[in-house]
Design a protein around this ligand. Structure first.
Ligand code: ZN
Ligand code: ZN
Length: 427
């Protein structure tokens, strides 16, 4: 894959939220348009023996088990025993609270990132009963927010709230390179030679690694809240970003047309994303406990850019900052809204209708203009409203989410300290 400045610029220009001067509220929607009853993930186990908050979870593919990291400084490996109960076979205490886990099952290597910016690397014994420390890196000044081990390139990547990303040789531990951005790194995805960083300010940074330096290719700015999680579809080279603004944006990095898609299915802050390449499913979870599983094999329509106008593009009523027109027409200025389907800038009374529109990612009802509403009613055959995502209620805010497609397992770390293990083979 090669990325050049031009098309990535186009992506940024396309961003539907690029006109940040607008005053908009997200549409409040009443009922969910998705079918909550379709093929629920089957809860296999609920581990609630943690006394402190759990910060991360990682489910295994080849064993029936999972890793947890907790504010009580523990890193535990739970395995299913003969009585079907999950018990820790490893209960290892770190010097400081762990914030982030990465496990490479192929080589039994565990990476643990800590609150103080340290990273520990362990070899896990074949019998899964013990850890042996391999490396200890102390180079970050803030909490670790992302870890990645590449076996083929022998590199360990770490991102931190201290605004830096570093890479080290996984064999001899020497520092190979690093980069810094202008905001706190909240999440990271590595698709060599690229590193994508989600930041506190709502941007996604695209870096290209070239030896010891990383070229800062671009900043994708469309979210209006912190980017909390990233995921990558290597086949299509799509980047997914989830944010505190409740939105998931799909950046078509590989398509080179600068296209971006939106997924609207959450009503609260998105906390975690996971992309399952096998079934082309995107998992997104939020802090109110909603899990969405999106069908990413479905054809989707690009989200329109939002138009700028000083008057309603349907009835010509002036918006409230258009003082001249308000004076001339002797009318009260209107608040500006945007039709989610056509992107027109319209007044409240011209876009009072709400609908779901799954091909455009709207799985919960969003605001649409009078004109689109009429079109949808008169030409219903052109608008397929069949949901392209399934929603589930996890009943606790989601802190961590990890999926293994190979054995159909999903682990969810809840805000209430519980760890939930699901069978998702039938999803
Ligand atoms: Zn109007
Ligand atoms: Zn419209």
């Amino acid at each position: 894959m090669s990325i050049d400045e031009n098309w990535i610029q186009k992506i940024a220009l396309h961003s539907p939220r690029r006109m940040s001067a607008q005053i908009n509220s997200r549409p409040s929607s009443s009922n969910s348009g998705t079918n909550e009853e379709l093929a629920k993930p089957e809860l296999l186990a609920k581990l609630d023996d943690h006394v402190a908050r759990v910060t991360d979870g990682w489910v295994l593919a080849n064993e029936d088990g999972l890793w947890t990291a907790s504010e009580d400084k523990s890193v535990r490996l739970y395995l299913r025993r003969d009585n079907d109960q999950y018990w820790p076979s490893i209960n290892h205490f770190m010097p400081v609270q762990p914030t982030c886990l990465f496990y490479c099952e192929e080589v039994h290597r565990l990476l643990v990132g800590l609150l103080n910016g340290h990273v520990f690397v362990y070899d896990v014994a074949d019998d899964c009963n013990s850890l042996r420390q391999r490396q200890h890196f102390t180079l970050h000044a803030g909490p670790i927010s992302g870890l990645y081990l590449s076996i083929t390139s022998e590199l360990i990547f770490s991102s931190s709230r201290d605004k830096t990303v570093l890479w080290h040789c996984s064999e001899n531990g020497t520092r190979q390179g690093g980069a810094s951005i202008d905001s706190s790194c909240v999440c990271m995805v590595v698709a060599q030679p690229f590193i994508f960083i989600g930041d506190y300010g709502g941007n996604v940074h695209v870096l290209r690694i070239d030896g010891s330096v990383a070229q800062h290719l671009h900043k994708l700015s469309a979210h209006t809240g912190t980017v909390t999680s990233l995921a990558w579809d290597n086949d299509r080279q799509w980047l997914f970003s989830g944010s505190a603004d409740n939105l998931v944006i799909i950046w078509d990095i590989g398509g080179r047309k600068g296209e971006a898609y939106e997924l609207t299915g959450h009503k609260s802050r998105i906390t975690k994303l996971y992309y399952g390449a096998g079934k082309k499913q995107l998992f997104s979870a939020d802090e109110s406990g909603k899990l969405m599983i999106w069908d990413m094999s479905a054809a989707r329509i690009v989200t329109p850019a939002w138009a700028t106008s000083d008057t309603c593009q349907l009835c010509e009523a002036p918006f409230f900052w258009n003082l001249q027109a308000m004076w001339q027409k002797k009318v009260v200025g209107q608040r500006q809204h945007h039709c989610r389907i056509c992107g027109r800038a319209v007044c409240g009374s011209c876009c009072s209708a709400r609908t779901t529109y799954p091909p455009m990612g709207f799985e919960i009802p969003v605001r649409i203009c009078k004109s689109c509403d009429e079109n949808m009613k008169n030409h219903s055959e052109r608008y397929n409203l069949t949901p392209l995502a399934v929603g589930h209620d996890i009943r606790t805010g989601v802190v961590g989410l990890h999926v293994q497609e190979l054995n159909g397992r999903m682990v969810i770390v809840g805000q209430n300290r519980s760890i939930l293990l699901y069978n998702i083979k039938n999803q």
